[in-house]
Design a protein around this ligand. Structure first.
Ligand SMILES: [Fe+2]
Length: 580
């Protein structure tokens, strides 16, 4: 049974391939086009996924796409009639429907075939069911409560239910125009971060402020009927003017969704590039507090109604690590699983899994415990990329590689660490990472200014040996996907200032020897030298998607201030010492 899952004509376009019922690859189109959050159809990812697995397009049995224009159609029509939709809205919707009809053609074109060559059956899986499937069906839980929460998808912003074995049941949802994800987007825009996906920056900004406006901001979102919530629409324009988004190709864009009332009550918006002041920090802190209040409240009601102790989360809001880090302490849930690509990219996985289990009835047989589902490149390809730039390098054994790289890190050098298959999801977790010394107080500013070229307030995250994590972080259990913020142990905070955020927290990745032996060995070698089982880990990129090929890694290494590059088994240093 070969299943091709797609997230297409939407932000973060992606593909998931299952061959013989087993997951082969899961990849985002942005890694190939080099455009962040690439929308449109994931043609390159489809071609690479099939090519790497040796699966012919003619052998695909099922194509699953995570959009269903007919879902909630009754509610959509009612809403359209009540609002009097513009011609543009109708045209956009028809365009989307026609695109979805052509999905088989698009797959065929991606691999140079005709649509008539493909025998695959096409399935449209409603957006939030795909989100919930993406998490529950690869979780370790036989039964769990499920929550999908994002901006919007298929007219819905939030959906909850339960999973049992190979079935998902939906218990409730929140429809357009009400959305916690859209509220977060609105305030993110108000705070001067206009790009698709900038919500992450506001989460990083929040710990610098106090939730000073919480009483007033609560008015923007109140508890609604049937366990959901409702926006006060006078602060928004998306319901009246439509959400103007561009999905067709390139990076997605989204116009302002907040109304002038927000500025009248909370002061003028910050324009991109203007200084960040205390009131901006406080607004970010207030937004974060409000999100946590509303979502944790919903989770408490879900726990009470279902009586379940395990929870699976998905949707863009499930990337809010600060909120996630409070679930175990502030709700009755005892275990949480969040699929690493919780945002829309993950719906290609969810659509494929929904077809496999819910539609075809296959039993569950897999837990996703690592993110290395992308392409990999041979040592010969790594060597060729180094030779092409005339770099000198040494080939080292795994043990020597870990030891030498750890020595460089302990000496204060910044090391590009490139190994194996690239990661699925937004985080680099040890195969396309830049790593350096967490003990250095100046490292955060240096990295933000000289390597990543991004805002100075943004924090960096640690990778810690799983077996030592409890000594350094107040966490319970493994956290392999860097999706849960927790406190750094109080007596350790001063030892690792580069990964300790202003509020004493960190967004840690626990690394097990089984899931990534080379990365584990690197951190272990660093601990042998320094007594600290932690490295600072940031994604291998510079205001672009995370690097994919060895050539992209070498180019990124050469154009910024990295000192050392480990590319597969090869180690090269900028000052040429590696060749001696
Ligand atoms: Fe979504």
């Amino acid at each position: 049974m070969n299943i091709l899952g797609l997230n297409a004509y939407h932000g973060d376009a992606s593909v998931t391939l299952m061959a013989g019922g087993r997951l082969q690859s899961a990849m985002e189109e942005e890694r190939f086009t080099r455009v962040k959050h690439q929308a449109g159809f994931p043609s390159l990812a489809v071609a690479h996924a099939l090519g790497a697995a040796g699966v012919a397009a003619t052998d695909i049995d099922h194509i699953a796409i995570s959009r269903d224009p007919s879902a909630h159609i009754h509610r959509k029509l009612m809403y359209a009639i009540s609002q009097g939709p513009s011609l543009a809205t109708i045209r956009d919707r028809l365009w989307n429907v026609s695109k979805l009809r052509d999905v088989k053609t698009a797959v065929a074109e991606a691999v140079g075939k005709n649509e008539s060559d493909l025998r695959a059956q096409v399935h449209r899986v409603e957006h939030h069911r795909a989100h919930m499937a993406s998490s529950f069906f690869v979780s370790p839980f036989e039964r769990a409560a499920l929550l999908s929460i994002d901006g919007f998808g298929d007219f819905v912003s939030t959906m909850w239910g339960t999973g049992c074995g190979n079935r998902i049941n939906v218990d409730g949802w929140v429809e357009f125009p009400h959305s916690m994800g859209l509220l977060y987007t609105a305030i993110t825009q108000y705070l001067g971060f206009p790009n698709y996906g900038d919500e992450f920056k506001v989460m990083g900004l929040a710990p610098y402020g106090e939730p000073e406006y919480l009483d007033r901001l609560r008015a923007l979102v109140r508890m609604g009927p049937r366990d959901g919530f409702e926006l006060d629409l006078s602060y928004f324009v998306h319901h009246s003017q439509g959400v103007s988004m561009t999905w067709e190709s390139g990076a997605p864009t989204i116009d302002d969704v907040f109304s002038s009332r927000l500025e009248r009550e909370f002061g003028p918006r910050r324009r991109s590039g203007e200084p960040l002041e205390a009131r901006h920090h406080n607004m970010a802190a207030t937004l974060q507090a409000l999100l946590e209040e509303r979502v944790l409240g919903l989770l408490r009601r879900m726990a009470e109604k279902t009586g379940l102790s395990d929870l699976c989360l998905a949707g863009g809001v499930a990337l809010n690590c600060t909120m996630n880090g409070k679930i175990l302490s502030e709700t009755p849930f005892q275990r949480v699983y969040i699929q690493p690509a919780a945002y829309d990219a993950g719906t290609s996985l969810g659509a494929a899994l929904f077809v496999k289990h819910q539609i075809l009835g296959a039993p569950r047989d897999f837990v996703m415990d690592h993110t290395y589902w992308g392409l990999e490149y041979s040592p010969a390809a790594c060597r060729a990329a180094l030779d092409a730039k005339g770099l000198s390098y040494r080939e080292l054994s795994d043990e020597a590689l870990a030891d030498q790289a750890a020595a460089c890190i302990a000496d204060g050098h910044i090391v590009g660490w490139y190994q194996g298959r690239f990661e699925w999801g937004p985080r680099a977790l040890g195969n396309r990472s830049i790593v350096c010394d967490p003990r250095s107080a100046s490292m955060k500013d240096h990295l933000n200014q000289r390597i990543k070229h991004r805002e100075g307030f943004r924090p960096f995250a640690p990778s810690v040996l799983e077996e030592r994590a409890g000594e350094w972080f107040e966490q319970s259990g493994a956290s392999p996907f860097m999706l849960m913020t927790c406190q750094v142990q109080r007596d350790k905070q001063a030892l690792v200032p580069a990964i300790t955020h202003v509020d004493g927290t960190a967004r840690q990745q626990t690394v097990s020897r089984e899931s990534n032996p080379r990365y584990w060995s690197l951190i272990h070698a660093f601990e042998r030298r320094t007594g600290v089982p932690i490295v600072l880990n940031t994604s291998f990129n510079e205001n672009e998607p995370v690097v994919n090929t060895p050539e992209e890694a070498v180019a990124c290494f050469l154009r910024n201030d990295m000192d050392v590059l480990v590319l597969g088994p090869y180690l090269t240093e900028k000052n040429g010492r590696a060749g001696h």
